[in-house]
Design a protein around this ligand. Structure first.
Ligand code: SF4
Length: 587
């Protein structure tokens, strides 16, 4: 089977794909810089695809990075990368939009452009080549490492601002008809004028209009905006979740969430966990109404009865019990992303049990009270055990727990406490299994803490990979020997790479380009006189200019500093109360 046939097969298994109308004036290639299976698991891709195709002036198609077997053939046959739906070469689109969720996908951005025979560096592209844009959570907190490849970034939540971008593009394209791109001429007005206009829109960032200079020690001296663009780029935010249809639009069995209809019911969080970029980059907490959730679920009728409720701290939704019981009463089965132990109540557990959901997921993150104060996430141990027991009573036999290691101020005792917690979980599970003859599974997933921009931990040094690896080895060994608990852990090396990109600056573009062309990690950094540790494991002072400081994610920098200071003293911060609070500036 070749790639074309493979795509035809995947297309034939999709439900809900809109009929594309090619008489629309603008052609948009939405690129997920990884495989189809991962891309179609992304609600961001699903929503932007549906949003763009709902416009009268835009036909949007998807583009994925082919799996290695197909990629090899594509390269050896010198075929340009093409779209999923109509197999149109990528360079024939008006706009190429990358949806980026993970640092590990950065190298696939220049790689994708080169596979399409498009110069990866924005400064080397001509007027008549596609406009290249990018959005996604990483873009919101720090797009600088990929700034060399991109014409326009969407900072913040894209659902509304994408319409503004398309409206400006359409207007420009109409007025620029005098230019003839087929003859490789220039547009009038030029694309630079379009970019100048886009740079003034809230939520859009045109990196070429911001000049960055560096000191001899490698830190940033200045980020200087050119005339007529805002000094800080304010993130776009959707005022009400009910206004956007963040749910699965195309169903396919070929995703991570096969046969589930996902609905985002919580955006942002409000618990103020100091490591969490999902909280800080998506401020303020918003909740989808019961009525709107039930209406979005009805779209899945006849396709699947499994509704996946998505968002940070699902059980914090003030009406989660009504949503869960309402869905089950209408014949749906539900599953949930991670739950917050303090807010899980009987109606939600009953609904999960009625849905034959065999697993619940909770993220305690740390196992001692001291570290709970550091990260500002204090789930009482007794409450966690209570929820587990209540789940077991309902035949929800499996529990998945997430932990972090390498948290600031972590001691050996804090790491050992994770093992102690595993022992205590077993003392709940084993008597139950003996009594009922039914053995559940507990799994611990342990990840290194990667400090992220725009969080109070943006200044802290990440632990070196060797220290992290030692701790992971210890935890794997100690917990595995207990039996009946499975341990999964992220790689210390990959976490270190993620950390280098997460807090990287614009100079990393050259490194990423070399990596895309096959250089090794260390060699690519060395070739440009850079070191990953400079970005990943260096404590940063408050007065250093961070590469992302000119992006305004609606949280005041002073609030982040205050939270940083509080973590050092072990002081906690109460959760958001959006009715009265003005503390961080987002509300
Ligand atoms: S202003 Fe207060 S309630 Fe609103 S997001 Fe900030 S901390 Fe939370």
């Amino acid at each position: 089977m070749n790639l074309q046939e493979h795509y035809q097969h995947l297309l034939s298994e999709e439900h809900g794909n809109p009929r594309l109308n090619f008489r629309k004036p603008n052609r948009f290639a939405l690129v997920y810089p990884s495989t189809y299976q991962l891309g179609m698991s992304s609600l961001g891709v699903q929503v932007i695809y549906a949003t763009l195709n709902s416009r009268d002036d835009t036909a949007c198609e998807r583009v994925f990075v082919p799996e290695s077997e197909y990629l090899r053939k594509l390269v050896s046959q010198k075929t340009r990368l093409f779209s999923f739906e109509t197999q149109t070469a990528l360079n024939r689109f008006d706009i190429i939009g990358f949806s980026v969720s993970f640092e590990s996908d950065y190298v696939n951005i220049p790689r994708t452009l080169e596979l399409a025979n498009i110069p990866p560096l924005a400064e080397e592209r001509s007027e008549w080549e596609p406009l290249v844009i990018a959005g996604g959570i990483n873009i919101s907190y720090n797009p600088e490492p990929i700034a060399d490849f991109i014409d326009v970034f969407v900072v913040g939540e894209a659902e509304v601002v994408i319409h503004e971008l398309m409206a400006h593009f359409q207007e420009w394209k109409q007025s620029a008809k005098g230019g003839n791109p087929a003859k490789r001429g220039t547009y009038h007005p030029s694309k630079t004028e379009l970019l100048k206009t886009l740079a003034t829109v809230t939520g859009l960032y045109v990196p070429r209009f911001y000049d960055v200079t560096y000191r001899d020690d490698g830190t940033i001296q200045q980020v200087r905006p050119q005339p007529d663009v805002p000094p800080r780029i304010r993130a776009a935010a959707v005022p009400k979740l009910d206004d956007v249809q963040t749910c699965t639009h195309i169903h396919t069995p070929n995703t991570e969430f096969a046969n589930a209809h996902l609905i985002e019911i919580v955006r942002g969080c409000g618990r103020q966990c100091r490591f969490c970029v999902a909280d800080y980059a998506r401020r303020w907490p918003r909740h989808r109404s019961v009525q709107n959730t039930l209406a979005l679920a009805e779209r899945a009728r006849g396709i699947t009865d499994r509704i996946g409720l998505v968002g940070a701290s699902i059980s914090d939704h003030p009406q989660i019990d009504e949503i869960a019981t309402g869905l089950v009463a209408r014949g749906f089965r539900i599953s949930c992303a991670s739950l917050r132990a303090e807010t899980v109540r009987a109606p939600l557990l009953d609904a999960l049990a009625d849905s034959e959901q065999g697993t619940i997921t909770i993220a305690p993150e740390v196992a001692t009270e001291e570290l709970q104060k550091v990260v500002n996430k204090a789930i009482p141990r007794e409450r966690l055990y209570y929820v587990f027991e209540e789940a077991l009573k309902r035949d929800i036999l499996n529990l998945r727990l997430y932990f972090l290691i390498g948290v600031p101020h972590e001691t050996p005792a804090d790491v050992t406490a994770i093992v102690d917690m595993a022992k205590e979980m077993r003392t709940i599970l084993l008597p139950y299994a003996k009594r009922t003859g039914r053995m559940g599974r507990i799994s611990f997933t342990i990840s290194p803490m990667v400090p992220k921009p725009h969080t109070p931990f943006q200044w802290v040094a990440m632990e070196p990979p060797k220290t992290i690896a030692r701790k992971l080895d210890f935890l794997r060994r100690e917990i595995n020997q207990l039996g009946s608990i499975k341990v999964g852990s992220a790689s210390a090396r990959l976490a270190h790479q993620e950390a280098a990109f997460a807090r990287g600056d614009r100079r990393l573009g050259k490194v990423i380009l070399e990596l895309a062309r096959g250089a090794s990690w260390n060699q690519a950094f060395r070739n440009h006189g850079l070191a990953p540790d400079f970005y990943a494991i260096r404590q940063r002072p408050f007065d250093e200019i961070n590469p992302w400081d000119h992006l305004d994610l609606n949280v005041k920098p002073q609030f982040l500093q205050l939270e940083f200071n509080k973590h050092e003293k072990g002081f906690m911060t109460s959760e958001c109360d959006t009715t009265v609070c003005k503390k961080c500036g987002a509300c």
